[in-house]
Ligand binder design. Structure first.
Ligand SMILES: *Cc1c(COP(=O)(O)O)cnc(C)c1O
Length: 374
């Protein structure tokens, strides 16, 4: 029995809507784009949503729309997917890492203030694995120091902090729709904002710098990109978004089943969710206790046909970050300790109870074998 790490959930409505686009005259810049954007804006409860061709493109436009450039500092987390930090480098800004909270695995809000300098322009929190950061503290600091907030909400679509949706807290919020995310458009992403000017800039830059208010195909008012999301992807997104609440409920069920079994297994820690947070489960990640060989545990599971992986590798220890900034092991000890102990287990909407049980059984066996003998 092979159990993959993730798997998209495509239903008949997705196929119907994508087919409809294929039979139409518009494969890009047609009616599905504004329809998808309006649906996402309504779902998050913000004024604007601007669809783009990846989460990374969305983060890049977020950075550019706030005019973050040469040498500007952006405070962010080293425990994330690399795009949340690379987007700052695209504009020659400087990511300033702050260590994480060992429980939430998000940027530790208590450490942010000490990292602020006269060059700090923004804070870029990442809602890791779908758990929202403590946005009360982050917003308070941002207001006090007059900083922008760019929320990397790519893993947290539908998640909430104190009842408010991820993506709605910052000047800019970004979601991603790669196939392993809660919902997919194939490749894709979307920027959300309440700010009219930011929305206009993002619309302009995603379409080669063309004015969003004119049809002149060869008039370019600023430097732009081709970050457009095509109609097929938007149609897929519309059908997925219509089912999102059901999808999130299903993922909650899978996570609870894992919690129920794994809470009783010695040697691992299950995810701890803050009581102010409504989780939107992106991945299910456990921590292996110190003294158990994580990599051998993963290998054992692989040999049994169960796909799993370490999640994440610290950004500051990626080879080119080390070369560019001189980072070394020990710089962000909490992040590094957690990174050495995480395993993301198979996690998707249609994961059956028997499969969950099998994963847990194999994980228990693996841990028994891989305890380091004192
Ligand atoms: C998925 C993800 C992104 C964006 O990924 P794309 O593959 O560019 O869509 C950005 N940040 C985080 C934290 C992510 O998990």
């Amino acid at each position: 029995m092979h159990i993959p790490l993730s798997r998209p959930d495509i239903g008949p409505e997705e196929i119907r809507l994508v087919n409809e686009v294929l039979q139409s005259d518009y494969l890009s810049l047609g009616p599905k784009l504004p329809e998808f954007e309006q649906k996402v804006a309504d779902y998050i409860g913000v004024k604007h949503a601007i669809a783009v061709n990846s989460g990374t493109s969305g983060l890049h436009l977020g950075i550019r729309s706030l005019d973050i450039k040469d040498g500007d500092e952006v405070i962010t987390t080293p425990f994330s997917f690399i795009a949340s930090s690379n987007c700052i480098l695209f504009e020659r800004g400087k990511p300033v890492f702050v260590d994480i909270d060992p429980i939430s695995l998000n940027i530790d809000p208590q450490l942010i203030e000490a990292a602020i300098t006269p060059r700090t322009k923004a804070i870029l929190p990442v809602h890791a694995f779908g758990q929202c950061c403590d946005m009360d503290v982050i917003k308070e600091i941002a207001q006090r120091y007059n900083l922008f907030i760019i929320e990397d909400a790519c893993e947290a679509l539908g998640g909430k902090f104190k009842g408010e949706k991820a993506g709605s807290f910052g000047h800019v919020g970004v979601f991603a729709f790669y196939p392993n995310k809660q919902m997919t458009t194939g490749e894709g992403g979307i920027i959300v904002t309440n700010n009219d000017e930011i929305a206009r800039l993002c619309k302009c830059m995603r379409n080669q710098g063309r004015s969003p208010d004119s049809d002149a195909w060869l008039a370019h008012e600023m430097l732009g990109y081709n970050y457009r999301l095509d109609e097929l992807s938007c149609a897929l997104g519309i059908a997925q978004l219509d089912r999102l609440d059901t999808i999130l409920a299903k993922r909650e069920e899978v996570a609870q089943k894992y919690n129920e079994i794994l809470a009783k297994v010695e040697g691992i820690e299950i995810p701890i969710i803050d009581k102010e947070v409504t989780m939107s489960w992106f991945v299910y990640v456990v921590k292996i206790n110190r003294g158990i060989n994580r990599d051998k545990t993963i290998k054992y599971l692989h040999d049994k046909g169960i796909q799993c992986r370490p999640y994440f590798t610290p950004i500051h220890l990626q080879p080119f970050y080390r070369r560019m900034f001189g980072y070394k092991p020990g710089d962000f000890p909490v992040c590094e300790d957690i990174s050495e102990r995480t395993i993301a287990l198979p996690f998707y909407n249609k994961l059956h109870e028997t499969q969950i049980e099998r994963v847990c059984e194999c994980l228990r066996d693996a841990i028994m074998r891989n305890r380091v003998q004192d």
